[in-house]
Design a protein. Structure first.
Length: 268
């Protein structure tokens, strides 16, 4: 029962009977469940404040112990009376606001070793059973105090780095292949496609009419160009830098039909 040991050490001068030790244990269970002690007696006294310690004079009456508690959220105030009837202790607890009442009966000998009041490590026994009875018979009927909920930060919606031009792309884990798309911030991206024989990158400086986006049906350098390249000279999908006009019967005027002025002048 962590925390009960220092409390018992402080209260030890006032503990002279087994029921005193039992009240001390019950008090600590209320503290553990979010209650603080206001004082003794049925009515509040001057300058009361919530405390984890037992108030002065709590053990004055060995037959009836009267203590008042308030929850940490100030929602409930309990009046506890521990009444001795022969060898048993009857706990009568009332919520002052709702007037709801709960009762628990405990046999003192089941939880206290009267011959070891001076030794905290031997004075209590069956502590788990005592905790269960206090929790089910006193805490549960009134409801455990609600502490202030810790506000968790709201998760931020992830944005893909492609959608944010100001965000650097994530680093690639070791052993994985880097994306084919070059970083727009890299100075070596310019002309990168010219160094890629498979044509999988962007940034080339050579105009390729086959990849310019303008539809040119019938142009397939891998099938060869009549009079210029035999079939198979250009592998399928490879970069091809054209030379000369592509295609046969290309529409448009023949440049030879428009000689420059003075073409026939022998002195030009």
């Amino acid at each position: 029962m962590a925390g009960l040991e220092p409390l018992y050490a402080l209260a030890r001068p006032a503990i002279s009977r087994p029921q005193d030790a039992l009240v001390c244990g019950i008090h600590w269970e209320l503290i553990r469940h979010g209650y603080r002690c206001l004082g003794t007696g049925d009515q509040p006294g001057p300058d009361e404040r919530k405390s984890e310690l037992l108030p002065a004079g709590w053990e004055a009456n060995k037959e009836v112990y009267t203590l008042r508690y308030k929850s940490t959220d100030d929602a409930r105030e309990l009046l506890l009376k521990a009444i001795m009837v022969e060898d048993s202790m009857i706990l009568n607890v009332m919520d002052r606001s709702s007037q709801k009442v709960a009762d628990v009966t405990l046999a003192v000998a089941d939880y206290i070793n009267p011959e070891h009041l001076d030794d905290f490590h031997k004075v209590y026994k069956n502590t788990e059973e005592l905790r269960t009875k206090i929790a089910s018979g006193i805490i549960a009927p009134f409801g455990a105090p609600t502490g202030k909920a810790r506000k968790e930060p709201e998760p931020k919606e992830d944005m893909h780095w492609d959608e944010d031009p100001l965000r650097l792309p994530p680093r690639q884990p070791m052993g994985t292949r880097a994306p084919s798309r070059p970083s727009p911030l890299s100075p070596f991206a310019v002309g990168g496609e010219d160094l890629d024989p498979f044509g999988g990158r962007s940034g080339g400086m050579i105009v390729d009419p086959l990849r310019s986006g303008v539809p040119r049906p019938g142009i397939d350098p891998s099938s060869g160009i009549p009079g210029r390249l035999p079939p198979g000279a250009v592998p399928p999908g490879a970069r091809f830098d054209p030379f000369g006009p592509l295609g046969v019967g290309r529409p448009g005027p023949d440049p030879d039909h428009l000689p420059p002025p003075g073409y026939d002048d022998m002195f030009m």
